[in-house]
Design a protein around this ligand. Structure first.
Ligand SMILES: Nc1nc2c(ncn2[C@@H]2O[C@H](COP(=O)(O)OP(=O)(O)O)[C@@H](O)[C@H]2O)c(=O)[nH]1
Ligand SMILES: [Mg+2]
Ligand SMILES: [Zn+2]
Length: 406
C-alpha cells in the first residue's frame, strides 16, 4: 500500500480523537534511557532531539503546518501533496535513538506513539467483555496460544497471526507462563485507567489483503460493569470493530437445583452478576452506525456440560482436517446447541437483548479456556475447548479486514 496523503484524517486508536497524519511529529520510542529504565533526561549519545513532547523526543517535525490541512484550492493541494509525503524515517537515520520512530498523537491527554498502521488505517479493536471472573483473561491466554503459537487460523486464510514484540513480553509474563507453565489460575485483572493504551497487539494478514493490527483488550470486570468507568477509560469499546462477549454460566442458575459451589467452583456464591445489562450497555454505547459483530460466548463450557449433561456437545474440539465449509456447518449446528444451553440456564434476559442487533452481526459460541475446574488454585487438567470459534467468526465478520488489497 502506498503512502497516504498527509492530510488524511485517522482516529487515534488510544484516545479515539481524530488526528491528521501530516500534523503529527515523529518521535523515537526506543531510545537509550527508555531501554535502561533510567530517568529521562536526554538521549544517551549523538544527536539532540529537535524537542520533547511529553516524554518523547521529536526526531522529525510534522510536515504540514496546522493551517495547511484544511480546504485549499487545487494548487495548494498539489503543493501539499508534494511536501506531504512523509514516510517514517528508517531506523538507521536515527542512530542516537536506537530505533522505532513513530508518529505521536499530540492530543494533550494522550501523547502516545502510534503504530505504523495508523497510516493505512488498518487497526481493528476487539475487546473481550464479560462480568467479573467470566473467564476473559483465561480465554485470551488460550486463544492467543492457539491463534499465534499454534497458527490455528492459517488454514482459514490468515497467512499471518503474530504478536507485536512488546505484547509478546506482556503475554509471556502475565498470561502464558502462569497458565501454561505454572498451571496457576490467573489473578483478577486489576483496574487500570490506562487500559485503552495497553492492548495485546496482533499483526495479522488475511490472504490477498493488506496487513493489519488487531488490538485485543483485556479489561477488568469491575471496570466494565461500571458505566462511568467505561465512559472515562473504556472509550475504545464504543469504537469496537468486534466484541467477544463472554457469559459466565456460574452467574446463572443450574436447572438441576444444585449449586456451583458444591460442584467445586471457587467463590461461586459471590458470582451472581446479571449479564444482560452489560451486554445491552455494550451495544447501546457503540458509536452510532457502527456494525459491530458480537460473538456471544458461553464461557467455562465444561461446567455447562456438567449442569446440562444432555447438551454437552460443544465439548468436542473440531477436527483439524475440517475445511472451511465443514467448519461453518459445525458452527451453525453448535449455535443452536448454545442457544438451548442459554435457555436451559434461564438466561432469557440476554437471549432477549440480542434482538437489539442485526442477526447477521450476532453469533453464539461456547468455549472452555481451561476445560476443567481448577483444584486449589491449580489448573490440573488444561483441556481447552473450541476457543478459536468466536475469534475466527468475528474476524470474518469485519469486512475491511479480509477485503482484497487495493
Ligand atoms: N471450570 C472452568 N473454570 C474456568 C474456565 N475458564 C476460567 N475459569 C475460572 O474462572 C475464573 C476466572 O477466570 P479469569 O480468566 O480470571 O476471568 P476474568 O475475570 O473474566 O478475566 C478462573 O480463576 C477459573 O477458575 C474454564 O474453562 N472452566
Ligand atoms: Mg481478567
Ligand atoms: Zn490519541
Amino acid at each position: 500500500m502506498s503512502q497516504p496523503p498527509m492530510n488524511t484524517t485517522r482516529t487515534c486508536p488510544y484516545c479515539g480523537r481524530d488526528v491528521v497524519l501530516g500534523k503529527l511529529p515523529i518521535v523515537a520510542t526506543n531510545f537509550g534511557d527508555r531501554l535502561t529504565g533510567e530517568p529521562l533526561d536526554r538521549p544517551a549519545s549523538g544527536a539532540e532531539p529537535l524537542r520533547w513532547v511529553g516524554e518523547w523526543p521529536v526526531v522529525a517535525e510534522a510536515p504540514l503546518p496546522a493551517s495547511q490541512t484544511s480546504n485549499r484550492g487545487p494548487i495548494g493541494r498539489a503543493r501539499e501533496s508534494l511536501r506531504g509525503a512523509m514516510p517514517l524515517p528508517r531506523p538507521t537515520e536515527l542512530a542516537a535513538f536506537e530505533d522505532s520512530p513513530a508518529r505521536l498523537c499530540t492530543h494533550d491527554t494522550c501523547l502516545t506513539p502510534l503504530p505504523a498502521e495508523i497510516d493505512t488505517g488498518r487497526i481493528f479493536i476487539v475487546p473481550v467483555v464479560g462480568t467479573v471472573a467470566a473467564g476473559k483473561s483465561s480465554y485470551l491466554t488460550v486463544v492467543l496460544q492457539q491463534a499465534w503459537r499454534e497458527q490455528r487460523l492459517a488454514r482459514f486464510g490468515f497467512e499471518q497471526f503474530t504478536l507485536d514484540e512488546q505484547s509478546v513480553e506482556t503475554y509471556r509474563q502475565e498470561y502464558h507462563r502462569r497458565l501454561f507453565r505454572r498451571k496457576e489460575i490467573l489473578p483478577g485483572t486489576q483496574f487500570d485507567e490506562d487500559v485503552a493504551k495497553k492492548p495485546l497487539v496482533c499483526r495479522i494478514q488475511y490472504e490477498g489483503s493488506d496487513p493489519a493490527l488487531l488490538f485485543l483488550h483485556d479489561i477488568g470486570g469491575e471496570m466494565l460493569m461500571d458505566k462511568s468507568m467505561r465512559r472515562r477509560f473504556g472509550g475504545f469499546m464504543r469504537r469496537a470493530d468486534a466484541i467477544i462477549f463472554l457469559i459466565d454460566p456460574v452467574c446463572l442458575d443450574r436447572p438441576d437445583g444444585r449449586s456451583w459451589a458444591e460442584r467445586g467452583v471457587l467463590h461461586a456464591d459471590d458470582l451472581d452478576y446479571p449479564q444482560g445489562p452489560l451486554f445491552r450497555a455494550c451495544v447501546e454505547e457503540l458509536e452510532p452506525g457502527r456494525r459491530t459483530p458480537i460473538a456471544v460466548t458461553l464461557s467455562k463450557s465444561d461446567l455447562v456440560a456438567d449442569a446440562l449433561p444432555e447438551i454437552g456437545r460443544f465439548l468436542k474440539e473440531p477436527s483439524d482436517r475440517q475445511d472451511a465449509d465443514e467448519w461453518n456447518q459445525d458452527l451453525s449446528d453448535l449455535e443452536q446447541t448454545v442457544i438451548r444451553a442459554l435457555q436451559g440456564l434461564s438466561e432469557w434476559d440476554l437471549l432477549n437483548a440480542q434482538r437489539m442487533l442485526d442477526p447477521e452481526l450476532i453469533s453464539f459460541h461456547a468455549v472452555a479456556a481451561l476445560g476443567s475446574n481448577p483444584q486449589n488454585g491449580e489448573v490440573i487438567d488444561l483441556a481447552p475447548q473450541r476457543c478459536i470459534d468466536p475469534l475466527a467468526t468475528v474476524l470474518f465478520r469485519i469486512p475491511a479486514l479480509t477485503e482484497p488489497a487495493t
